[in-house]
Design a protein around this ligand. Structure first.
Ligand SMILES: [Zn+2]
Length: 164
């Protein structure tokens, strides 16, 4: 028995090439050729969830690649992720960051605004932005390639934090 309970087939070259998969699907024995992956207690629950059964008459516990992939993807499947837009708390950002945001998007804020008010104003602006995925990805890759920051480049790389 291998240690992790689920062989990927990479490490075991002694696969029984003449055997068919030991699993039953819908009461019928799988007719695919068994690979190097084998059934184990670790995948038992997944096998059950997929309505597969270990064939009692099978004299080995090797499973086919089709079922191996099926079990693997079922095991790595994450619980349905939330598709909601993440809440952004602008008040958690530093004032410098808020100013940079304000400058970049030319958001109109009153000079008398305190940080909380400014954060709220910028957040309201933020919610109105629609993300252009292609553009965002292009900028992202560009930024990584040039090892720079789009905002810095746009502002001529100066570090002045004086509000414009
Ligand atoms: Zn199979």
């Amino acid at each position: 028995m291998n240690q992790n309970g689920f062989s990927t087939g990479e490490e075991d070259s002694r696969g029984p090439l003449d055997k068919i998969c030991c699993l039953q699907e819908d009461g019928f024995r799988c007719q695919r050729q068994a690979g190097n992956a084998s059934y184990s207690k670790k995948i038992r629950n997944t096998v059950r969830q997929l309505k597969l059964h270990l064939d009692a008459v099978a004299r080995h516990i090797y499973i086919c690649d089709h079922h191996k992939n099926m079990i693997q993807s079922a095991r790595t499947l994450k619980p349905s992720s939330q598709d909601e837009t993440p809440e952004v708390d602008f008040s958690q950002l530093q004032m410098n960051t808020l100013r940079r945001y304000k400058r970049h998007f030319k958001v109109a804020t009153k000079p008398s605004m305190n940080k909380a008010q400014m954060a709220e104003a910028l957040l309201n602006h933020f919610k109105t932005i629609s993300v252009n995925e292609k553009e965002a990805l292009t900028f992202f890759i560009y930024t990584i390639k040039t090892n720079g920051n789009k905002l810095d480049q746009k502002n001529g790389n100066n570090n002045s934090d004086t509000p414009s």
